[in-house]
Design a protein. Structure first.
Length: 244
């Protein structure tokens, strides 16, 4: 079944993963798992150099058709983040913004996040956030309510907090759950489908840090119908990316 992967990374991590870390590796995995598009951010942008990482991401997206790019923004550097969005988001290969509470050492509820979010909403309709800190659900709800035109993909579906996130998604239809993780707990996907429905779940693999087979196994083992899988694997991502 054709897929759109909403969670990938370009670059090396501090793990012994043979053959990983390159745009070529991402393209190979896309071909292997019938992934038409992969929305990815640069490891270098998250962990070291925002500008250099975003530039690397732009070059990879031009060179490899399956790869689409998130512009990484760091809430510690508001002006620089706005400049990065103004530079990259008008490009065809850039589909939204990526922010990360952990790597930026800026919790989801930090005032700097509240300053950055309206700047993101003014420039794009899609943000993917790795959450962290206290009362994440409360802050996500405020973001979703204040910026109704901004679709918010919550990376890893908040891990062990997936149930609270699915409950929140019932109230805010612009919140989406991305279940890629190293924790394939039975029942996570099933709870989300029962609660907020497949319309608010997207497929993300975390490639090539994690092989897509891991997340695919969670969905394939959840007893989903073909229609539900089509929505999760492709249709929801296509809608968020504005694809026909």
């Amino acid at each position: 079944m054709k897929k759109i992967d909403m969670h990938g990374h370009l670059g090396y991590w501090a793990f012994p993963i043979p053959g990983a870390g390159t745009a070529e590796s991402l393209a190979r995995l896309c071909e292997k798992y019938d992934i038409e598009y992969l929305a990815a951010s640069a490891t270098q942008a998250l962990t070291y150099d925002m500008q250099a990482g975003n530039q690397e991401m732009a070059e990879a997206a031009v060179a490899h058709r399956p790869i689409l790019a998130y512009c990484y923004c760091n809430p510690n550097f508001l002006e620089r983040s706005c400049a990065e969005m103004d530079r990259y988001l008008p490009l065809d290969d850039f589909v939204g913004v990526k922010i990360h509470a952990g790597y930026s050492s800026c919790p989801t509820g930090d005032p700097r996040m509240y300053e950055l979010m309206p700047e993101i909403a003014a420039r794009t309709t899609l943000v993917k956030i790795h959450t962290g800190g206290a009362d994440v659900i409360g802050h996500l709800g405020r973001f979703a309510k204040s910026h109704a035109s901004l679709n918010i993909i919550v990376a890893h579906a908040m891990g062990a907090g997936y149930a609270a996130l699915a409950d929140l998604a019932v109230e805010h239809r612009n919140i989406y759950l991305d279940f890629c993780s190293s924790w394939a707990w039975h029942g996570k996907v099933e709870y989300a489908i029962r609660t907020c429905g497949p319309e608010q779940v997207v497929f993300g693999s975390d490639m090539d840090l994690i092989d897509p087979a891991f997340t695919l196994g969670m969905f394939e083992g959840a007893g989903l119908t073909d229609e539900q899988k089509r929505m999760i694997y492709y249709d929801n991502g296509a809608r968020l990316l504005g694809l026909s």
